[in-house]
Each structure stands twice: as structure tokens, then as C-alpha cells.
Ligand binder design. Structure first.
Ligand code: FEO
Length: 404
């Protein structure tokens, strides 16, 4: 895709990755984009690079606007390779440019590049850089989502270049939210934001709240948010800010996700009457089989629901591997303000349901206990018990949801 002017003399010069379906383990059915931006001002300024596979794409995009050797400033908001691995190729073409980066970013960059001759300028929150008619203000956002992370605000354009935050894994010919919504739906865009947040930013809710407060404290008036992935928020920047505040405050749907795996269909046979019990209690319910669902989608569904029931058969006295993998992944994301319970079938010793509760306890989740277990295969009586388990869980979820 060619360069696009997003504000007067400020251009998107990134690359659209239509092909990626596995983004370091995060399934990306819609692909993604690596966004970076060029400010054509008295001092030509590049903000962020792209993934190295796309060095030539961004270099071509920049060349259509300006001579790369004339770049005076390069801002590096984030050093993760999807945004910084093309930096070496770019710096070869503008070796005299000044790089603006956080202290942690500088240390990380040293591990990736031979930076001899590079002019590095360490910046902190509130530092500014005048490029001509535009002024850039830097805002450190450590652990959102790496220690080096920062954002760049272009004062006169009221433009926040937000690196990963507010991004979505979407490959599209549309550069802007409003354009995207003419060929897709609002819910598709919102769902992409939620999935991205759940899989990348879930652990950082408190930090997100404090950084949004910093934005207000600094008096930054935001008219457009340009993330490093997906579409640019031209039409509804406030909407995505509100969505982030809601998610950081633990907002969820009053719904239940039943996330399970099964060996010989016994645990699956428990999931169905459980889901009927939940539904009959008036709570919306989704049933998700782990090996049939990408991990990132299962994580998103867990995050969207106030309550989840995790189903696992016992294999060799412990959790079934796909369920263990899901719970390990979830634990790293440090979910909050959610309630969980467990169910599953076993042949002889059991162990999976107990293990699931141990995992919930490590995560500090509210739990619904005891879980429910069935020996070998549920009979009619077991199915009734599963149905009641679903109903009781739904009642508890409704009570718990009132706290938020
Ligand atoms: Fe899109 Fe943290 O990289």
C-alpha cells in the first residue's frame, strides 16, 4: 500500500502484512500491518520502523515523499522486532539522523544492532522535539507493553502516535477506522481491539489507567490516534480510549464461556448440559473447544465473559495438555475481576479438576467451588447434576457481576 497523508505533511509509510497468520503464537486471521509515520517538516522526521521483512516497502513509501538521506530525526517508540528490526536498513540510508528513544529502549537496541556512529538521544516523559511547524512530546509508557515503550504526541496536529496501544491485528486497504467500517463492521473492529487487548495488554490494566491519566494531566488534546498496527483512529479516538478504560477497569459482558477439551467426548458431554443450565438461568453462554479454537480466540472469549468454566479430562492424573497450555497462557496474562469453575471426566484417579482450581488460585481468580467430576461417561443422573452446576454457576456470576 502506498503512503497516505494522515494529517497535513504527516504520512503513514508502513506496510500491510496480508499473509501473517501466526504472530509469535497469536493467531491473526485478519493479518496485520506495521505502521510507521513520516513528518515532512523543516526537519524530516521518521517515527518508528517496521518488521525487517518489509524494509523495502517502507523505504519505497518514504522515497515517494522525501529523500531518505535527508531524514534528520528518527523516533523509536518501541524496540520489539515488528517495529524496529528494519531500523538497521533505514539507518544505513540516513546515518546522520538523530535517534530519540527511552533509556530502556537504548539498552535493548544495543542488543540488536551494531550502533557505532548512531546518534542516540535518550528522552523522558514531557521532553519535546521541535521539527519545524510541529512539536513532538514524548510520553514514556514502560511495560505498555515492554520496558522501552513510549508514545509520541504531535502537539499541533493533536495526533497521538501510540505504538502498540490501541492497535489491532488487521490487514486492510483502509488506513482509517471510518474507511474500514464501510467494508467491515463496527463489531469486527471492536472485536479486534478486544482480542488485541486480551492477548497483549490484559496484564497492564492499572498502568493503562495511570497512563491515560497522564495524558489528561499533560493536557494532550487528542484528535487522532495512530497505532503501530491496524487502522488509525480518525473518526473515533475517544471510543477506543473509552474501550481501553473500560477494559482496564475490568469491564466484561454478563456472560459465561465454557472452555474445554475432551478425549472420548465425556467432558464434551458434560459441557452441553452445563451450558443449558447457564442459558436457562438467563445468562448468555459460549462453548469453546480448545483444540478447535486458536488460543488467542479462547483467551479473548475468557476475557469477554464475567465467568468461565474450564473443562478438562484427566490424563495421567493431571490436566489434559491443551487445557494446561490454555491455563498457563492465561496465568501469564494475570486476569482480574473474573470468576472461574472447573469440570471434567476421569477414569480412575482424577486430578484435572483439582489442578484447574490450583491454577485459578495462582491467578487469584474468584472461584466457584466445588467443581464437578464424572467417572468415565456422564449418565442421565450426571447430566442433571451438570445442568444444575451450570444453573448455580450462572446465579453466582450474576451476583458477582453486580460488583462492577
Ligand atoms: Fe507490535 Fe510490541 O510489538
Amino acid at each position: 500500500m502506498k503512503a497516505v497523508e494522515i494529517k497535513p505533511d504527516i504520512f503513514w509509510v508502513g506496510a500491510v502484512d496480508w499473509e501473517v497468520r501466526d504472530f509469535h503464537g497469536y493467531v491473526t486471521p485478519r493479518g496485520t500491518s506495521y505502521n510507521n509515520y513520516l513528518i515532512k517538516d523543516k526537519e524530516l522526521t521518521l517515527i518508528d520502523a517496521v518488521k525487517r521483512d518489509y524494509s523495502s516497502v517502507t523505504i519505497e513509501n518514504i522515497k515517494h515523499i522525501a529523500d531518505l538521506s535527508k531524514i534528520v530525526n528518527v523516533v523509536v517508540n518501541h524496540i520489539e522486532p515488528d517495529h524496529a528490526s528494519a531500523l538497521g536498513d533505514i539507518m544505513r540510508l540516513c546515518p546522520n539522523a538523530n535517534i530519540y528513544i527511552t533509556e530502556k529502549g537504548k539498552k535493548g537496541l544495543e542488543r540488536h544492532f551494531d550502533m557505532s556512529g548512531w546518534k542516540l538521544n535518550v528522552v523522558k516523559t514531557g521532553d519535546t522535539l521541535k521539527t519545524g511547524k510541529y512539536t513532538l512530546t514524548f510520553l514514556e509508557t514502560p511495560m505498555l507493553h515492554w520496558p522501552d515503550s513510549m508514545m509520541t504526541y504531535v502537539n499541533e496536529a493533536k495526533l497521538l502516535i501510540s505504538q502498540d496501544a490501541f492497535g489491532q491485528h488487521i490487514a486492510s486497504a483502509s488506513r482509517f477506522d471510518d474507511d474500514f467500517m464501510t467494508c467491515a463492521s463496527v463489531s469486527e473492529l471492536e472485536d479486534s481491539v478486544i482480542e488485541y487487548y486480551a492477548n497483549i495488554l490484559m496484564p497492564f490494566g492499572q498502568l493503562i489507567k495511570s497512563k491515560i491519566a497522564d495524558v489528561h494531566k499533560l493536557g494532550l488534546d487528542i484528535d487522532m490516534i495512530a497505532p503501530d498496527h491496524g487502522v488509525i483512529w480518525r473518526h473515533s479516538p475517544q471510543k477506543v480510549l473509552n474501550m481501553y478504560m473500560d477494559m482496564a477497569n475490568g469491564k466484561s459482558d454478563l456472560s459465561v464461556s465454557i472452555i474445554y477439551d475432551t478425549m472420548w467426548h465425556s467432558t464434551a458431554s458434560m459441557a452441553l448440559p452445563i451450558s443449558q443450565g447457564v442459558t436457562d438461568e438467563g445468562v448468555a453462554c459460549k462453548v469453546i473447544k480448545l483444540r478447535a479454537t486458536p488460543m488467542s480466540v479462547a483467551i479473548k472469549e475468557f476475557w469477554k465473559s464475567r465467568g468461565s468454566l474450564i473443562g478438562s479430562p484427566t490424563l495421567n492424573n493431571i490436566l489434559y495438555p491443551s487445557v494446561a497450555e490454555f491455563l498457563t497462557h492465561l496465568r501469564g496474562l494475570r486476569p482480574k475481576n473474573r470468576i472461574a469453575g472447573a469440570f471434567g471426566s476421569f477414569g480412575w484417579g482424577g486430578g484435572a479438576v483439582k489442578n484447574a482450581y490450583e491454577e485459578f488460585s495462582k491467578m487469584g481468580l474468584e472461584t466457584f467451588e466445588p467443581g464437578i467430576q464424572v467417572n468415565y461417561k456422564p449418565d442421565a443422573e450426571d447430566e442433571k447434576k451438570c445442568y444444575e452446576f451450570g444453573r448455580e454457576f450462572a446465579k453466582r456470576v450474576k451476583e458477582y457481576h453486580l460488583k462492577f
